[in-house]
Design a protein around this ligand. Structure first.
Ligand code: GLU
Length: 287
């Protein structure tokens, strides 16, 4: 089967150095496997969309001269698809409506299944998927074997929020499948989501994907670079330098400073995942 990878940023803020690491690694890994690399904008969570960040993502893709294979997908254009998948799960009795608010659940991170058997109407309620008391295991290409028991660690999780917003978990699983993705390369902050996504994919009869979770870049306060921590937006006028740095941070052999497109070609020929620093955190501090 042909390798198919993707970069799937959420436009909740401009891209930062941590996003660049994910973009570069997903791109190089796909191309080093003669695969295709797709771009998907994960913009289902409308209240969290940060004005201008979608444009910044697209401008960054151009400035770094990444060439997505195929058209760019915007999740906000695909809501009908996600709703029809929920309907399919409803007919299979795999989901249920839930009226519990965050306040009612308190600090308990594991959903106790309060609404499972209440048979509530689906309108204006959150929709949760049932999980089972079963270990979900996968072999991450960098992080090794990962197992979790969704029932003991999380409980039934939300696919559609009460306000109608489709959850990241549902949209990512459906789109990875419909786009024919075979390999997921992303930050280790998403490692804990993987078991949920495998579970959901299995219920939908989708093939299980290959995963590689990259160590995260941290700021000087020991926090991962993120929009919430006000990580600096990528300066698109410095694309070549930033690309060189991202490859260095990923432990790759140095690439000559050139146009980003030529640097990417060199990076792909030298790509070696054995050289990526081990663990879930990258050494050093970034802005
Ligand atoms: N949209 C997610 C994010 O920006 C990444 C999704 C994924 O790679 O699975 O954090």
């Amino acid at each position: 089967m042909r390798y198919s990878g993707r970069f799937a940023p959420s436009p909740t803020g401009p891209l930062h150095f941590g996003s660049l690491i994910t973009a570069v690694a997903s791109y190089c890994d796909a191309k080093a496997h003669q695969g295709q690399w797709l771009l998907r904008i994960e913009d289902t969570d409308i209240p969290r969309i940060y004005p201008g960040s979608e444009q910044h993502i697209l401008a960054a893709i151009e400035a770094f001269q990444f060439e997505p294979d195929g058209e760019i997908l915007f999740q906000k254009d695909r809501l009908d698809i996600y709703h029809s998948v929920i309907e399919q799960l409803r007919q299979q009795h795999l989901v249920y409506a839930c009226q519990c608010t965050r306040k009612m659940l308190g600090s308990n991170a594991i959903y106790p299944g309060t609404c499972r058997d209440l048979g509530l109407d689906f309108q204006h309620q959150a929709i949760r998927i049932k999980v089972a008391d079963q270990d979900i295991c996968f072999e991450d290409r960098l992080q090794g074997l990962h197992c979790s028991n969704l029932q003991h660690e999380l409980g039934d999780f939300v696919l559609r929020r009460r306000d109608g917003i489709i959850s990241y978990q549902l949209a990512v699983v459906v789109d990875d499948y419909l786009q024919g993705i075979t390999h997921v390369v992303r930050g280790a902050d998403l490692l804990d989501n993987t078991a949920r996504q495998i579970w959901l994919g299995q219920l939908l009869g989708y093939p299980t994907l290959n995963y590689m979770h990259l160590p995260l870049a941290m700021n000087d306060q020991g926090q991962k670079l993120s929009k919430q921590n006000l990580a600096q937006a990528l300066d698109l006028s410095q694309a070549s330098l930033l690309l060189q740095q991202a490859l260095q941070v990923l432990g790759q052999a140095p690439v000559d400073l050139d146009t980003p497109a030529r640097m990417l070609v060199q990076a792909v020929t030298q790509w070696d995942i054995q050289k990526i620093p081990k663990g879930t955190l990258l050494p050093g501090h970034y802005l």
